[in-house]
Design a protein around this ligand. Structure first.
Ligand code: HEM
Length: 507
């Protein structure tokens, strides 16, 4: 808990609140987007709010994102914002529990494991897992009965969470983890995951059973991975592996020191956690939207038939290279990530006073030196979702419309508008402007130094799963697409989220 410093002339405007420590936490916690949009109307793109004793300066719009994500790492620090949540779950000496310069090397090691050779092997593995899941899981009973008339249903989050962990463990995590899912690993995962909640974000440690379970599971899971590494080192030629453990085993830091076994174990846990909820959320939103838009699902199915259909009505297997030639599938995922970015807010701890560029926001009266200053020992927050849903940038910004991404549909030119911002600067979001830069209006994977390295894997995993599902079943939604649930760390759909399905054809 930090003291809230008195307002200085250079402080950004503070959002009005009645309760001193709680500040705006209740409004923010229930509806961060509505809260930010209201504050934006009242105060502009830069304002400070009090969230449970933390002083957080929110900087909105593409320039606001650029300010936070493109800022110097000595000024805006990710460890200070996240380590109390992540270190008890991932473990020591990795990610935010080591100097940032060390984590940047660890990120590079992970990149080395995400090779085209491995990705080629993964597509088949993922399809196999989806196939087996649909043939065995009780939720897909009408599919299993080979009945094309009966509709069954599944819960979008629960079913997609299972498919995500089955496919991630079979591919990135490796054979031993996949086998462990049928045994003790599942319970460990579930206990550890119980430490990844908004409560854990607010309080690193509380005398609660969920915290004790988290700590026990972290230790056991770390030992589980270390044991795999030791066994593999003892039998180096026993088998070919395409997973991340195999790649990390070979990496050395600058200066020659090898990654230690517990660091490999903790990086593997970090990857498991980084991918699990983000991919689950994206898949859940994707199937919900496809179920509510049979026209898009039909276009997706048609794309599969055209590229993979055999004369007898069956499909050939997908290859990694195919994914680059499936524009409808690509646009469906891209659009889902625009409307429902799983990580909608990105925070940093402020380690030195940072002036806000006047082009982003400036005090109306020329007090101080005419600029706002974000004070040291507070926090900054960027919210890419605000730009991703900004009607000044996107046509029908709140509508899920994958065709906006495809040139062939002829609407790409309208997808992003040209507009003149408050400072009178003309901003042209031509199609090419949707870059990976820190000033892009589309940042579901973040930007800058802390940008996601799992994007390609996520597209491969989500794309293969969606294609495998659409080939096998038709989807329908008996309700409206649910609203956002902001009470989870990752943006998930609220209830009801039951998706109806029926088998496409007899085998
Ligand atoms: C960072 C989103 C999947 C590993 C990030 C960030 C975002 C993000 C927004 C930036 C966080 C920040 O700046 O504070 C997503 C989404 C995913 C996804 C939307 C899926 C749809 C994955 C997967 C992996 C992964 C599958 C691992 C294989 C990472 C790592 C970082 C990261 C290592 C770097 C954190 C840092 O440098 O501080 N991701 N991610 N992500 N992600 Fe992902």
């Amino acid at each position: 808990w930090q003291k809230i410093a008195p307002r200085k002339a250079t402080d950004p405007p503070v959002v009005f609140h009645w309760l001193p420590i709680i500040g705006s936490a209740i409004w923010y916690g229930n509806d961060p987007i509505g809260f930010f949009q209201t504050c934006q109307e009242r105060y502009g793109d830069v304002f400070t709010c009090i969230l449970l004793g933390r002083k957080v300066t929110v900087t909105l719009g593409v320039k606001g994102s650029n300010f936070v994500l493109g800022g110097k790492s000595t000024a805006f620090n990710a460890e200070g914002a996240y380590t109390h949540l992540t270190t008890p779950v991932f473990g020591k000496d990795v990610v935010y529990d080591c100097p940032n310069e060390v984590f940047m090397q660890q990120k590079k090691f992970i990149k080395f494991g995400l090779t085209t050779k491995n990705f080629r092997a993964y597509v088949r593995m993922i399809e196999d897992e989806v196939d087996e899941f649909m043939r065995k899981d009780p939720r897909f009973v009408t599919y299993q009965q080979n009945d094309i008339n009966d509709w069954g249903s599944f819960d979008a989050i629960a079913a997609m969470a299972e498919i995500t962990i089955l496919t991630a463990s079979r591919t990135l995590q490796g054979k031993e983890v996949r086998e462990g899912l049928n045994k003790s690993f599942s319970q460990l995962y579930s206990d550890l995951d119980g430490g990844f909640t908004p409560l854990n974000f607010l309080f690193a440690n509380l005398p609660l059973e969920s915290y004790r379970k988290r700590d026990r599971a972290q230790k056991k899971m770390s030992d589980f991975y270390v044991d795999i590494i030791k066994r593999r080192r003892a039998n180096p030629d026993a088998e070919t592996h395409y997973d991340m453990i195999e790649s990390l085993k070979e990496q050395t830091y600058r200066g020659g020191a090898a990654l230690r076994d517990h660091e490999i174990a903790h990086l593997m846990i970090a990857l498991l956690m980084a991918g699990q909820h983000t991919s689950t959320a994206t898949l859940a939103w994707t199937v919900l939207h496809l179920a509510s838009r049979p026209d898009v699902a039909a276009a997706l199915y048609q794309e599969q038939v055209e590229r993979f259909g055999n004369a007898d009505g069956s499909f050939r297997a997908m290859e990694y290279e195919d994914l680059r030639h499936l524009p409808v599938l690509d646009s469906v995922i891209r659009e889902t990530l625009r409307v429902h970015p799983p990580i909608h807010n990105i925070m940093r701890q402020v380690r030195e006073d940072v002036p806000v560029p006047a082009s982003l926001a400036a005090p109306s009266s020329k007090s101080g030196n005419g600029v706002y200053v974000v004070p040291k020992d507070t926090y900054v927050l960027a919210s890419p979702i605000i730009s991703q849903l900004d009607p000044r940038i996107w046509v029908n910004a709140h509508t899920w419309e994958p065709s906006r991404w495809s040139d062939s549909a002829g609407v790409a030119a309208q997808a992003l508008r040209t507009y003149t911002d408050e400072a009178g600067e003309k901003i042209d979001y031509g199609f090419g402007a949707v870059s990976k830069g820190t000033e892009s209006p589309y940042q579901p994977f973040g930007a800058g130094r802390h940008r996601c390295i799992g994007e390609q894997f996520a597209y491969l995993q989500i794309g293969t799963i969606v294609a495998a599902l659409v080939r096998r079943v038709e989807l329908r939604l008996p309700t409206k697409v649910p609203e956002h649930n902001y009470h989870t760390l990752i943006l998930m759909p609220k209830d009801p989220k039951s998706v109806h399905y029926r088998r496409r054809r007899f085998d």
